[in-house]
Design a protein around this ligand. Structure first.
Ligand SMILES: *Cc1c(COP(=O)(O)O)cnc(C)c1O
Length: 367
C-alpha cells in the first residue's frame, strides 16, 4: 500500500521527547518558546503564538480580532470543518461564498458581493497549500475596515507574490500529525499586530498575564513542551521535505493524463499539502471520481476526497439555517476532486506506480 500520508518520526524526535521527559517539565515552557521563535523565522512573521491545535488557532485568532455574536464572517465552504466551527465557537455567523474553479480557494469577487454592515472578518483558507488571492481579498477588507484572518493550516511553506504565508496579517497554522510541519498535535498563530499577539497569549492561558491575575476570560489551549520538541525536530527537515513534495508534484503534473492536474497561479509557491486532481464528472455527480478512487485503492494506491461534503451541505449547518444555498463551483469540485499521495517519504518507484495506475484507470475508462 502506498499511503496518503506517512509522518516521519526518527531518532531526533525520540531524543527531543526524552530530553523534555528528563527535564521534568512537560507543559508549556522553553521548547514552546523556541518553537515560536523558529516558526516566526521560518515564515517571516513578526509574532508567532503556539496553541494546542489549528482549531484553537482559528478560535483564538477570531476572538483576538474582536469577532463575536452578531458578527458575520465570510468564508469558503470548501474546507475542513474546523474553519467553520471556529466561527460558530465565538458566536458569529459563517457566510459561505463560492470558490475559484482553478485554485479551489474563496473567490474575492464573491466575497465583495457578500459584504453587509455586519461583516466583521473574511476567513480565506489556503486550501491544499495554494494561497488564496491575498491582494484581492485585502483590497475588499481594507475598503470596509474588515479583518482578514487566514486559515493557513495547509499552507506552511507556501508564498504569495514572494511573500511567505504567515508573513502578513494574521494566519492560523495547524501542526497536526498529517500536516506539512507537525508536532503531533499543535497550532500556531502568526500576526503582524503586537496587540493581537498579546491578546492571543492571554486567551490561550486563562487570561493570565501573571500567576493568578486574570485580565479576561481565557481558555487552556496551550501547547505542551513535549509537542513543541517534536515540532522542533521536524523543523530541521522541513526544507528538504518541502523540496521533495515539489519534485513529486512536478512529476505528477508532467506525467499524469486523463485527469485535470492542479493549476498554480503565477508568482505562487504551492506548499503541496495535497496534490488534488479533478476527475471530470460530465454532469454525472461523483461517479467517475468514485470509480477512479476504487480502482486506485484496489491497486494499493492510497487516495482521498478532500472534501466530499462542503460545509454548506453539512447537516448541522443546514439545520441552523446557515447552509443549503446553491454554490455550483464548490458543488462540482466536491464531486470531482481526488487527492493522491504527495508526501516526502514517497520513493521514485512509488511515484512511478501512482502515475501508472492513474493513467491506466483513465485509459480503461476511455475505452
Ligand atoms: C487541519 C486543518 C485545520 C485544523 O487543524 P487541527 O490542528 O486539526 O485542529 C483547520 N483548517 C484546515 C483547512 C485544516 O486542514
Amino acid at each position: 500500500m502506498i499511503p496518503m500520508c506517512k509522518p516521519y518520526l526518527g531518532e531526533a524526535e525520540r531524543r527531543a521527547v526524552l530530553e523534555v521527559l528528563d527535564s521534568g517539565m512537560l507543559a508549556q515552557g522553553p521548547k514552546v518558546r523556541e518553537l515560536e521563535s523558529r516558526f516566526a523565522g521560518l515564515v517571516g512573521a513578526r509574532n508567532a503564538v503556539a496553541v494546542s491545535s489549528g482549531t484553537a488557532a482559528l478560535h483564538l485568532a477570531l476572538l483576538a480580532h474582536g469577532v463575536g455574536p452578531g458578527d458575520e464572517v465570510i468564508t469558503t465552504p470548501f474546507t475542513f470543518i474546523a474553519t467553520v466551527n471556529a466561527i460558530l465557537f465565538v458566536g458569529a455567523t459563517p457566510v459561505f461564498v463560492d470558490i475559484e474553479p482553478d485554485t479551489f480557494n474563496i473567490d474575492a469577487i464573491e466575497v465583495a458581493r457578500a459584504i453587509t454592515p455586519r461583516t466583521k472578518a473574511i476567513l480565506p483558507v489556503h486550501l491544499f497549500g495554494h494561497p488564496a488571492d491575498m491582494d484581492a481579498l485585502q483590497a475588499v477588507a481594507d475598503e470596509r475596515n474588515i479583518a482578514l484572518i487566514q486559515d493557513a493550516a495547509q499552507a506552511v511553506g507556501a508564498s504569495y507574490r514572494g511573500r511567505p504565508v504567515g508573513s502578513e496579517g494574521t494566519a492560523c497554522f495547524s501542526l497536526y500529525a498529517t500536516k506539512n510541519l507537525m508536532s503531533g498535535e499543535g497550532g500556531m498563530v502568526t500576526t503582524e499586530d503586537d496587540l493581537v499577539a498579546e491578546h492571543l497569549r492571554l486567551l490561550r492561558n486563562h487570561g493570565m498575564p501573571r500567576r493568578y491575575h486574570h485580565d479576561m476570560l481565557g481558555f487552556n489551549l496551550r501547547m505542551s513542551d513535549l509537542h513543541a520538541a517534536i515540532g522542533l525536530a521536524q523543523l530541521e527537515r522541513f526544507e528538504v521535505s518541502q523540496m521533495r513534495r515539489q519534485l513529486v508534484a512536478k512529476r505528477y503534473s508532467n506525467e499524469l493524463s486523463g485527469v485535470v492536474v492542479p493549476s498554480v497561479r503565477p508568482d505562487i509557491k504551492h506548499a503541496w499539502h495535497q496534490y488534488t486532481v479533478r476527475v471530470p464528472s460530465g454532469g454525472f455527480g461523483s461517479a467517475a471520481r468514485d470509480a477512479m478512487m476504487e480502482d486506485l485503492q484496489a491497486n494499493d494506491i492510497g487516495c482521498a476526497v478532500f472534501y466530499p461534503i462542503p460545509a454548506h451541505k453539512q447537516r448541522y449547518i443546514v439545520e441552523r439555517g446557515l447552509g443549503g444555498m446553491a454554490l455550483p463551483v464548490t458543488d462540482t469540485a466536491a464531486a470531482e476532486v481526488l487527492s493522491i499521495p504527495v508526501h516526502p517519504q514517497l520513493r521514485p518507484g512509488d511515484v512511478d506506480r501512482v502515475i501508472q495506475e492513474v493513467n491506466g484507470a483513465c485509459l480503461a475508462k476511455a475505452s
